[in-house]
Ligand binder design. Structure first.
Ligand SMILES: Nc1ncnc2c1ncn2[C@@H]1O[C@H](COP(=O)(O)OP(=O)(O)OP(=O)(O)O)[C@@H](O)[C@H]1O
Ligand SMILES: Nc1nc2c(c(=O)[nH]1)N[C@H]1C(S)=C(S)[C@@H](COP(=O)(O)O)O[C@H]1N2
Length: 179
């Protein structure tokens, strides 16, 4: 991929009420604006909004990775203990390998903000050449979680032979171990 080819990043909101138009999808927008602040290299978002239905979440993830060629997919919602919360199961079902460190770190960081951080079963995994990361549904959780894990994301995508993501280092500092 050349430097000029924009990286494609999937944003998948999983919400019964946002998908029914009962409320605006603030969390999906927060992912887009946060990534916009982080990234200096060209990128474009590919957005999907689905209810908390496992088959629809899996289908959207597969489409974002396999057809839309997203190197990164960030989901929001459906990670809690409520009966309809199945985003982590859908993520695991479509991934080849899991990346449990992402969920561990996000929960640990989130505990600084809310004691209910441990209620999120958020995880991450790899499908093909793409990294999928789950975030909780609450709009405030987006920045709290992404700030914690994003420094490791560009190098993860390098290792999967994806596009070279460059960041505004006054906002977020990616870490790439020296070769
Ligand atoms: N995409 C979103 N945009 C705006 N607010 C949201 C969004 N997702 C969740 N929220 C807010 O965060 C709260 C907790 O999120 P949670 O994912 O547990 O919602 P929920 O009860 O499963 O409902 P739903 O699936 O209908 O969004 C919601 O009650 C709502 O106020
Ligand atoms: N950073 C952060 N993490 C958070 C929260 C939050 O407000 N901020 N909310 C918690 C709560 S109350 C729940 S129930 C779980 C699951 O949320 P979800 O079902 O919307 O994904 O995320 C948890 N993690």
């Amino acid at each position: 991929m050349t430097a000029k080819t924009p990286a494609r990043i999937g944003i998948l909101t999983v919400s019964d009420r946002a998908s029914a138009g009962i409320y605006e999808d603030i969390s999906g927008k927060a992912i887009e604006s946060t990534l916009g602040e982080y990234l200096n290299s060209p990128w474009q978002s590919v957005y999907r909004l689905v209810p908390d239905e496992r088959d629809q979440i899996e289908a959207a993830l597969i489409e974002l990775v396999d057809k839309e060629q997203c190197c990164l997919v960030v989901t929001t919602g459906g990670t809690g203990p409520a009966k309809r919360d199945v985003t982590p199961e859908a993520t695991e079902a479509v991934c080849d390998r899991m990346m449990p460190g992402f969920g561990e770190l996000m929960r640990m960081e989130s505990l600084k903000y809310v004691p209910t951080a441990i209620l999120s079963r958020q995880t991450a995994g790899l499908r093909g050449n793409s990294l999928i990361i789950n975030l909780p549904g609450k709009p405030k959780a987006i920045r709290q979680c992404l700030d914690a894990v994003f420094p490791a994301v560009p190098y993860c995508i390098d290792l999967m032979e994806g596009p070279f993501l460059e960041c505004d280092e006054t906002v977020i500092k990616p870490f790439r171990p020296k070769k």
